[in-house]
Design a binder for this molecule. Structure first.
Ligand SMILES: NC(=O)c1ccc[n+]([C@@H]2O[C@H](COP(=O)([O-])OP(=O)(O)OC[C@H]3O[C@@H](n4cnc5c(N)ncnc54)[C@H](OP(=O)(O)O)[C@@H]3O)[C@@H](O)[C@H]2O)c1
Length: 307
């Protein structure tokens, strides 16, 4: 398949790029500069020139706290960017696979969120991503919107890489213990997206619409951090002796975050046969990969603002 991947230089995009090539696809991965999704002419030119059979949109404004003060930038990328892609895909009659977020929910539910649950974002980032979802539904029938949560991987800035870095220098790490969700490995998510695209290509049709995909199991950031440190010990000396549980109130941030944002993944299992792996299993593989790549410590500290 000739696939266009936007945001292909980000944490998920790089996994998509790698996995798509491994599976033998012909991938076009323009940088932000080469194809700015906020510019419909740039999107149209690129798609006209390269004629992809489908588009995977991993481009997004992802800085949750900064979005509170850069609302128009967040909306330009996450809403207008999606609208542009959906319109150009509709003109070319090609499907769009869009990545969205658990932050479209307010976190008040006590059980994993279903695709049919009403969205109710509590921050600008979530509002802009929800607006992007709406634009896609309005402009393009052949779409998949795949919501995910707590994304991490070997590339980019993420919670896992930050904890590994801190564990090399800090004895005590403070982490919030009253926000719950499901960590998702970027490589697992990339495989799920490509598998959906391949099923569409094989069968010429699929059940279009909104789906959820995240690692199996629910944890707090605190438990997630403790597990990261425990796994890191297998590979090297760790300075951290305590991961201290704190509350959201102890760690104020510009943007509010949902207290509970686990996603129910039964629909993707039923319609696509895709079953998420237990989060701990995927984390173990990622940490091993990070140490093998020796990339674990060359990231800047995580400021809890990337989602
Ligand atoms: N990270 C999480 O925890 C999380 C959780 C749930 C859902 N998600 C969703 O997962 C997807 C991938 O996230 P990620 O963590 O991989 O994000 P990321 O690492 O921040 O990557 C985003 C990419 O989008 C590009 N981009 C930004 N604005 C663009 C524009 N106007 N035109 C073209 N490209 C643009 C960025 O390029 P530059 O760097 O050059 O600007 C970057 O390569 C996003 O849709 C995000 O909302 C993420």
């Amino acid at each position: 398949m000739n696939i266009l991947i936007t945001g292909g230089h980000g944490q998920l995009g790089r996994e998509l790029w790698q996995e798509a090539r491994t599976r033998g696809h012909d991938v076009k991965v323009p940088s932000h500069r080469q194809m700015d999704i906020t510019n419909i002419k740039a999107v149209r030119n690129f798609i006209d020139r390269h004629q992809p059979v489908c588009v995977i949109n991993a481009a997004a404004y992802t800085q949750v706290d900064k979005a509170e003060i850069e609302e128009s930038c967040a909306f330009a990328v996450n809403k207008t960017g999606c609208k542009n892609l959906a319109q150009v895909c509709a003109e070319g009659k090609i499907p769009l696979f869009q990545v969205s977020t658990d932050y479209v929910f307010d976190g008040q539910k006590k059980a994993p969120y279903l695709e049919s649950d009403p969205v109710s974002p509590i921050g600008v980032y979530g509002l802009s991503k929800a607006a992007g979802e709406t634009e896609i539904r309005l402009n393009l029938r052949k779409h998949i919107i795949l919501r995910t949560s707590w994304l991490y991987g070997v590339y980019g800035q993420n919670f896992v890489r930050t904890m590994l870095k801190l564990s090399g220098t800090k004895e005590n790490i403070r982490v919030v213990s009253d926000q719950y969700g499901s960590p998702t490995s970027a490589v697992d998510l990339a495989i799920a997206i490509l598998s959906m695209a391949e099923q569409w290509h094989q069968h010429s049709s699929v059940a279009w619409g909104t789906y959820h995909y995240c690692g199996q199991g629910i944890v707090s950031w605190h438990e997630f951090a403790e597990t990261i440190i425990e796994l890191a010990r297998r590979y090297r000396d760790v300075k951290t002796t305590r991961v201290e549980p704190i509350t959201t109130a102890d760690f104020p941030t510009k943007a509010k975050r949902p207290a509970f944002s686990a996603l129910d993944c039964n629909l993707i299992k039923t319609n696509f046969g895709i079953k998420p792996k237990p989060w701990r299993e995927s984390l173990q593989l990622t940490i091993r990969r990070l140490y093998e790549l020796k990339e674990a410590f060359d990231c800047t500290p995580h400021d809890n603002s990337l989602r």
